[in-house]
Design a protein around this ligand. Structure first.
Ligand SMILES: Cc1ncc(C[n+]2csc(CCOP(=O)(O)OP(=O)(O)O)c2C)c(N)n1
Length: 795
């Protein structure tokens, strides 16, 4: 009898009831998630959504994982993690469907405002004014990207931040960003994607650094259609990684093998493994095997094409939800009827969620259609063509914003200018209103737009005392970094040879000793994950300066910059910011791989970052100052041959700022505008000096930043005066000089002020040959500039 139960017994009952409830909640979540996948696929096949990729087959593993994901933790994962998001309370099914429909309303798709394919998740890290939220109390999801394994470098950085927060005393007071570095980064990846170098570089770095990184490999045996025997040595990522495994008295990673259908087994292992990781910061690989993919890879194909019958049969029997159900029944945690009821309810809930999401998506467009119909009414009588456009638009059962815009634009074109003025202007006004609305929905937030925009930083001029010392360029940087690290506690700097010896050009010389190894440190030779470390630290609210030793090696680190950093703000519609500063050095020096200036590559790959090309170190310092007062990410290319050139030391090193997108006239003139930047600036000035002797007056303009570019059209003003213009740099023909040319000619309308053809003078198409002569015959030199100027004057 109940009343006779001992207290111990009722406690046991209580915890049993709680346990049972938890299991059934998990069962409900996995069922709902499965229904979302099944319905999602249908929505694509019937044309309501464009593409779908779903998490069916991974549900049980993900409810298990979500149990140990605590406030403060981070996830860096990929497109299979819908169940994890549902189980963590970070997504509703309705939001999941809103993203599937590409709903651009951020209140509906809170991850990307319709900018990302479905199942690309994110949570909010910064508020509308760009201030970091209290991340230590939130469950945080860094925004997913589609390139497979692209989440790995970022995951390393997010985990690495915990290590710094735990070990650097100066960070102790940043309690809203971390609770003593207790946060784990949960990373997910498909088995085939572990084939990428990103995965290996990350695992190695994690093993070396000892950071709390929990990597879950969802192993369903295929990468789309290619089986893992073609992907991974020994067809097993955990076997292949054996040499990375931590042993007594070594660093390394822990390796666990789990079965994706074994709910109880996974919960048991994860409970202790994750708790241990919070304490020790030892990274771990959870190889979750025997995962299925019931609907195949995505809506783009069917898995019957590449899976054998036997495999398909196996997948049915070992479906994780089927197995979980059997486990619940065999442990008498619920009656079959109870589970069936949950399944029925899950179906209903998923259908309702889908319906709500669709209505929320389509209604605003239908309003636009209705308004069009109203406006067309006044016109259609006199114009059969408009009648037709209106009828077609109204008959469209699933109109898109594009259809509305096309109908409006076509109708406006059809109305003769002299007829029905009122209606034409009403139509045009509505059209323009929608142009603005759509621009905000689809094209905004590439950069910060609010108070933390780098373009809103107030300009403060460098100030030189009368007796300002004249020092080497590297000494300017060295003194600056010293003051910076003393005054801004959130700044950290790292890269190859940056810590102990203070970088290959001594910018950080002596500073590790002063500010400690947590803030200024060496890394392995691994540009990709150096960028990843920078990304993770920046997302978590610190101010990293991550170094690529020479710009020639930027290519190794370019992918995460282009795909991840440059898109962070855009793909989350401003909900995440990644204020990473990438420091590097480049332009002319010696040899094919120490004199590159691939700025065309950089500006094309990195829209979403700013690109600063200072001509000297005083300029560089001002740019660091500007960037550190804002949230936008940037690349700064210092002049490799500028570290030993003498410069005057400003007295207000830590205070002055260089405005981005504002060129500086470094020599005034009236005959030719010479546009340049970086190391070429000195060459052009030298040429201009000698041209002055033969009465050719050149105006030399240093654009200072390539992104943004001359936002106030200063170059146009110069061109209006000279009517001749040449763009000079060291990039290949058609590179950054062509970009500048395009900006001034087309965007600024510079062609109207030309007396002669505009020109570019660039490096050769090949990389520079070695040595002094190699440089002379490969890159623009003083004589080249003089020759071009003379030709232009003779034209
Ligand atoms: C860098 C890159 N290459 C190729 C693709 C195309 N692609 C998308 S998913 C995928 C297979 C990934 O398989 P796996 O890692 O096992 O994950 P699963 O989809 O099976 O969960 C491929 C090749 C991509 N997104 N990114």
């Amino acid at each position: 009898m109940d009343t006779l139960d001992t207290p111990a017994k009722s406690l046991e009952n209580l915890s049993f009831d709680k346990f049972r409830e938890e299991v059934l909640t998990d069962f409900r979540i996995v069922c709902e998630s499965r229904e979302a996948s099944l319905l999602g696929r249908k929505e694509v096949l019937t044309g309501k959504a464009k593409f779908g990729i779903f998490g069916d087959g991974k549900e049980v593993a993900q409810v298990a994982m979500a149990k140990f994901f605590k406030p403060g933790d981070f996830r860096s994962g990929y497109y299979r993690d819908q169940t994890f998001m549902f189980a963590s309370g970070l997504s509703t099914l309705e939001q999941f469907f809103s993203q599937l429909y590409a709903d651009p309303d951020i209140n509906h798709d809170p991850f990307s405002a319709g900018r990302q394919m479905n199942a690309h998740f994110a949570t909010k890290f910064v508020d509308e004014s760009g201030e970091w939220l209290n991340l230590a109390t939130l469950k945080n999801v860094s925004a997913d990207i589609a390139p497979t394994a692209g989440q790995m470098p970022r995951a390393l950085g997010l985990a690495f931040a915990s290590k710094l927060f735990r070990n650097e005393k100066g960070f102790n007071e940043l309690t809203t960003l971390s609770e003593n570095g207790n946060e784990i980064c949960f990373c997910t990846i498909g088995d085939a994607s572990t084939t990428e170098g990103h995965f290996w570089e990350t695992m190695n770095a994690a093993g070396v650094l000892q950071v709390p990184l929990a990597v879950f490999v969802w192993d369903d045996g295929y990468g789309i259609s290619v089986p893992k025997k073609y992907q991974t040595t020994k067809a097993s990522i955990s076997s292949a990684l054996k040499g990375f495994e931590k042993e007594e008295n070594t660093n390394g990673i822990k390796i666990y093998n789990l079965k994706g259908w074994d709910y109880a087994g996974m919960c048991e292992v994860l409970e202790s493994a994750i708790a241990e990781m919070r304490q020790t910061h030892i990274p771990a690989l959870f190889h979750v095997e025997e995962i299925t993919q019931p609907q195949g890879h995505s809506t783009s194909g069917s898995h019957e094409r590449y899976k054998e019958l036997q495999r398909l049969e196996w997948e049915k029997n070992w479906d994780c939800i089927k197995q979980m159900k059997e486990w619940i029944l065999s442990n008498t945690l619920a009656e079959e009827s109870e589970l069936e009821q949950i399944e029925i309810e899950a179906k209903k809930f998923a259908r309702e969620s889908k319906k709500n999401a669709w209505e929320k998506y389509i209604n605003p467009i239908k309003h636009q259609v209705d308004k069009c119909s109203e406006l067309f009414k006044g016109l259609s009588e006199e114009n059969a063509e408009i009648n037709k456009i209106g009828a077609e638009l109204s008959a469209n059962r699933e109109p898109q914003r594009r259809d509305v815009m096309k109908a409006l634009a076509t109708a406006i074109d059809f109305i003769p200018d002299n007829s029905n003025e009122i209606h034409k202007s009403e139509l045009s006004a509505f059209y323009l209103e929608l142009v603005r609305e759509n621009a905000e929905l689809f094209n905004s937030h590439l950069y910060n737009q609010g108070p933390r925009s780098a373009l809103k930083v107030t300009e403060i001029q460098p100030y030189f005392k009368d007796d300002a010392p004249i020092v080497n360029g590297y000494e300017i940087l060295n003194k600056y970094f010293d003051e910076l690290f003393a005054s801004n506690k959130k700044v950290v700097a790292f890269g190859e040879d940056l810590g102990f010896i203070g970088d290959v050009n001594q910018g950080f010389s002596g500073l590790q000793e002063k500010y400690g190894e947590q803030r200024i440190f060496d890394t392995g030779i691994r540009e990709l994950t150096i960028m990843g470390q920078g990304i993770g630290l920046a997302l978590r609210g610190l101010r990293p300066i991550a170094e690529i030793q020479y710009v020639d090696y930027l290519l190794y680190g370019l992918q995460p910059l282009s795909d991840d950093v440059a898109t962070t703000h855009f793909r989350t519609k401003g909900q995440q910011s990644c204020p990473l500063i990438v420091r590097t050095r480049g332009h002319r020096l010696e040899g094919i791989w120490h004199s590159g200036s691939p700025m065309g590559m950089a500006i094309n790959a990195l829209r979403g970052m700013y690109i600063c090309v200072p001509r000297n170190m005083v300029q560089a310092v001002g740019m660091y100052n500007t960037l550190l007062r804002a949230n936008d990410p940037a690349l700064i290319v210092e002049c490799l041959n500028g570290y030993r050139l003498k410069e005057k030391l400003p007295a207000n090193l830590i205070d002055y700022t260089i405005p981005l997108g504002v060129p500086e006239i470094i020599k005034e003139g009236t005959d030719i505008t010479m546009v340049t930047y970086g190391s070429t600036a000195r060459i052009v000035v030298e040429a201009a000096d000698s041209l002055a002797k033969i009465n050719i007056s050149c105006e030399v303009v240093d654009v200072r930043t390539l992104l943004p570019f001359d936002i106030h059209h200063k170059l146009l003003e110069s061109l209006k005066k000279t009517n001749r213009i040449v763009f000079i740099d060291e990039d290949v023909p058609g590179g950054a000089a062509a970009y500048m040319f395009n900006k001034v000619m087309e965007e600024q309308g510079g062609y109207k002020y030309l007396d002669i053809a505009p020109r570019t003078l660039t490096g050769k198409a090949h990389r520079p040959s070695y040595g002094t002569d190699g440089d002379y015959f490969s890159k623009p030199n003083v004589e080249d500039v003089v020759r071009v100027a003379k030709e232009m004057m003779a034209e």
